[in-house]
Design a protein. Structure first.
Length: 259
């Protein structure tokens, strides 16, 4: 593992936003952290990025690996211009690629010397992601990068992070909706109320889960995970029922943990 949480708990006030979580992320993979709003995704990513310290447990990072983090809310330093933050990142990251950064801004129509406070939400999101993508950081972490983007720019972002993973980077992205990454995620971690309810390689998850009609009788030999609309998700590698998508699998585990 390049970066991992080991029995990590994080508490804000009386709320356990991360509850005794152990999960690790590998290089060369696009990992997607998914869950509803308030599930603990942002806190998890801030722990991975070093923005937060755990109340118990520990975050382990491969020695020497640099981390780049794109915030969900990109209203950082609103008085600065995009070029100012580019200058800061060239000092923080030894391999910062200014040419790549400028090209990414141009793709979304972001002027290189724009004041950050004048950017739209979608442009702020793309700007923050562009800083990380150009950083050449070993570990690239993106918190809800798709929420303000249109479908065309979403597809472009997914292509970019897929390429970074193929180049050997550790790429971690959070999302409310796994469907956006149905065909690109290598690893999925699902959260519900601060708890990790699912973690696994997508190829294995897809081959080991099936859907059954909700009213059908299911053999006790099969493990029922949870409901998915009018069906039930079960864990099996047998060719029965029908195939489950990643969205089905995530929904089944989250719904099952709620019941």
């Amino acid at each position: 593992m390049v970066i991992s949480l080991e029995n990590v708990t994080k508490i804000f006030g009386k709320a356990r936003v991360i509850d005794n979580v152990s999960v690790g992320f590998n290089s060369g993979e696009l990992s997607v952290v998914v869950g509803d709003h308030g599930a603990g995704k942002s806190s998890l990513l801030r722990l991975l990025a070093g923005e937060l310290k755990p109340d118990s447990g520990k975050v382990v990072v491969k020695t020497g690996d640099l981390r780049g983090f794109a915030y969900e809310n990109s209203n950082f330093f609103p008085g600065l211009k995009t070029a100012d933050l580019c200058t800061v990142w060239t000092l923080l990251y030894r391999g910062f690629d200014i040419k790549k950064f400028r090209s990414l801004l141009s793709e979304a129509g972001v002027a290189e010397n724009s004041r950050i406070s004048h950017l739209s939400d979608s442009m702020k999101s793309w700007f923050g992601s562009s800083l990380v993508l150009a950083s050449n950081a070993d570990i690239m972490i993106f918190d809800e990068p798709l929420q303000y983007l249109n479908s065309e720019i979403k597809a472009r972002f997914i292509q970019l992070v897929e390429n970074e993973a193929k180049e050997g980077k550790t790429v971690i992205v959070s999302s409310n909706e796994i469907a956006d990454f149905e065909h690109s995620a290598n690893f999925v971690a699902a959260f519900h109320n601060g708890s990790l309810v699912l973690a696994g390689q997508t190829e294995k998850l897809l081959s080991s889960h099936r859907l059954f009609p909700g009213a059908s009788t299911i053999s006790p030999d099969f493990k029922v995970i949870g409901p998915v609309l009018n069906e039930r998700l079960i864990e099996t590698e047998d060719n029965i029922g029908r195939k489950a998508t990643l969205k089905d699998i995530v929904s089944g585990y989250i719904n099952g943990s709620s019941s």
